[in-house]
Design a protein around this ligand. Sequence first.
Ligand SMILES: CC(C)(COP(=O)(O)OP(=O)(O)OC[C@H]1O[C@@H](n2cnc3c(N)ncnc32)[C@H](O)[C@@H]1OP(=O)(O)O)[C@@H](O)C(=O)NCCC(=O)NCCS
Length: 166
Amino acid sequence: MIRDCRDNESEIIGQIINDGAQAYKGVIPADCWTEPYMPQAELIEEIAAGVRFLGYEEDGQLVGVMGVQDVQDVALIRHAYVRTSHQNRGIGGRLLAYMSEQTNRPTLIGTWADASWALRFYQNRGFQLVDAKYKDPLLIKYWTVPPLQREVSVVLANERWFASTT
Ligand SMILES: CC(C)(COP(=O)(O)OP(=O)(O)OC[C@H]1O[C@@H](n2cnc3c(N)ncnc32)[C@H](O)[C@@H]1OP(=O)(O)O)[C@@H](O)C(=O)NCCC(=O)NCCS
């Protein structure tokens, strides 16, 4: 079942993010990895800044989350994580499809260039990498990303975004 996460679920959202994010360990540059990957205080700031989380519930437990944030004229997909024990079972795909149905905005996703599985996941579901020359301007316009992280990040966009730029 997919539903909106509740106000009192930030702790479980944080647990899912930090469990799912173990996939990055040893893959993204060491100076970008922190333990926990997302401290609780940072998550609470993100929610206060307008990131709305959808959750995937199985047997009464949240096992996957996907955040969306409307910024200026686009929607950003932020913090998409499925528990390690539940990955590769279609949960992320269902969350992404549900999320896409909920917005008419051009949609962007920023992720680590080295997270090849995440790129494949989005590319197999209607998102494409934006040209390298647009990546930094987009990361500066819509995200707050330190320069070091920008260098090792990529941006993917859906068809609606590409159509809006032509
Ligand atoms: C990326 C992530 C959110 C995707 O969620 P997921 O639930 O694992 O995704 P899905 O199961 O829908 O799809 C993943 C793969 O499993 C395959 N799959 C889907 N349903 C399946 C099933 N029932 N059985 C086996 N494989 C399945 C899909 O074909 C897909 O393969 P593909 O990427 O080659 O297309 C999740 O893997 C994750 O949390 N990864 C670590 C953190 C991360 O990279 N987050 C992205 C940040 S932007």
